[in-house]
Design a protein around this ligand. Structure first.
Ligand SMILES: *Cc1c(COP(=O)(O)O)cnc(C)c1O
Length: 434
């Protein structure tokens, strides 16, 4: 059995996370329940930051908050000295409500609205990652109207796409994001941006994909972008102060996944950028990265009560839990895989393979196919590991199922950080016919 972070088995033979008994958590807070191992999140954050510090490289590690954005989480990110990526007015609003220092907030997105951009200026956030020509014009107009200056990065598509285990090199990358580096769009955007006196162009940004297990893609991207930076230094007299290589660092969901440690990703990136900088005799830029999943993913565990079962003779056995695609849509959305154990007997030998179904009215509402489990009884608790990223943040109210509560555990203490939604909450926005 593979246990993440502080997860293990306690003296009662129950699953324990952050020194807290998972069975007691389920009793106290109900199920489904998202449980986050705070010390593992701290360890991941420090893992990314440490290597930059050790090697004296100016850097920002920005937590891509779309992975899991709540007030407590953003406060933890602040405590760990991270910066923050937001991709919408709602995520920005959450960051401001959490008291996150606005100068360390970066705003992403391929279709930011006028209201969102004005909100970003209002709060004097650190920088806006400009994605396209439409945004360049809109932001320019807003800055002129307000007579304010803003720092920007230009998001470029370097023509490298990570497909988890391999990379596709495309001449003209087919992506909805960013200015194409190969076909001249990025250069045109840079020339335009440099002429706008309300913009401070800090540098360039790219993000090549997600759940990436090796460094090749990041190094290829760095090579392409630094090559262009060198060209633009000579032709446009533009020296980028910031090189942002995005996020996408992979995590272990199942035994099939073999990610690197944060420190390994970072040290390879530093090595590559340093050697490119030397080759072109350039100044070392600040390196920014944007981990989302890898900061919170394996720190999250979801607890469910097991309910009904159905045997399809000769085919499979279904076990249903009290949640499903409403709290974790990833398996239904893109066949994401998870591992799980019974929280009240995590070490019991598996005796059969079962498939874990959700309770939503969709045949596709499955959480895990063919999971080895021991014989289950009433009141057994299922703990699904690695649900910390894109679980709560994608949770929804399909079938009018209230979203689960979120609990942080650390050093033997549990703290409720998001309340369980109530039926009343579900009706909060509804208005009667008359
Ligand atoms: C989603 C995203 C990230 C984070 O991706 P992870 O796979 O969660 O690390 C970082 N940067 C940008 C621009 C993104 O869109």
């Amino acid at each position: 059995m593979y246990f993440y972070g502080t997860t293990g088995v306690n003296g009662k033979g129950n699953l324990e996370i952050g020194g807290v008994d998972a069975v007691e958590l389920a009793e106290q807070f109900g199920t489904p329940l998202y449980v986050y191992d705070v010390s593992l999140m701290r360890e991941r954050a420090r893992g990314f930051k440490k290597t930059f510090e050790e090697q004296n490289v100016k850097a920002q590690v920005a937590y891509a908050s779309k992975a899991f954005s709540t007030i407590a989480m953003l406060q933890l990110a602040e405590e760990e000295g991270l910066s923050l990526d937001v991709v919408s007015g709602g995520e920005l609003y959450t960051a401001i409500a959490a008291g996150f220092p606005s100068e360390r907030i970066h705003f992403h997105g391929n279709n930011k609205s006028r209201e969102e951009l004005e909100m970003a200026l209002e709060h004097k956030i650190g920088c806006i990652v400009v994605d396209n020509f439409y945004e360049l014009e809109l932001l320019k107009t807003i800055c002129f109207e307000r007579n304010e200056t803003i720092s920007i990065l230009l998001r470029v598509t370097p023509g490298i796409e990570a497909h988890t285990h391999d990379y596709i090199l495309t001449g003209q990358e087919d992506s909805k994001f960013g200015f194409d580096l190969q076909n001249g769009q990025a250069e045109e955007a840079l020339i335009t941006a440099l002429r706008i006196k309300h913009f401070d162009v800090l540098g360039l940004h790219c993000h090549i994909g997600s759940q990436i297990f090796e460094t090749t893609g990041f190094l290829l991207a760095a090579e392409k972008i630094v090559g262009k930076m060198n060209q633009w230094k000579n032709t446009l007299n533009f020296e980028a102060k910031v090189l942002n290589l995005g996020g996408g660092f992979g995590i272990r969901y199942t035994s099939e996944d073999e990610p690197l440690l944060p420190s390994q990703y970072v040290s390879e990136i530093i090595k590559e950028v340093k050697s490119l900088i030397q080759k072109y005799s350039m100044e070392m830029p600040e390196i920014w990265i944007e981990p989302g999943r890898s900061l919170v993913g394996d720190a999250g565990t979801t607890l469910y009560h097991i309910g009904s079962s159905k045997e399809v003779p000769g085919v499979r056995k279904y076990l249903a839990v009290d949640g499903g695609m409403s709290d974790n849509i990833r398996p239904a959305l893109y066949q994401a895989k998870y591992e799980a154990v019974l929280a009240n007997k995590p070490l019991a030998e598996p005796t059969e393979k079962v498939s874990i179904a959700g309770k939503c009215c969709e045949s596709g509402d499955m959480l895990i196919w063919d999971l080895p489990l021991p014989e289950t009884e009433d009141d057994d608790l299922l703990a699904v590991f690695c649900t910390g990223a894109y679980g709560y943040s994608m949770a929804n109210n399909y079938n009018r199922i209230p979203r689960p509560a979120v609990v942080f555990v650390e050093n033997g203490k549990a703290a409720l950080v998001v309340k369980r939604e109530t039926y009343e909450d579900l009706l909060r926005l509804d208005l009667p016919l008359k």
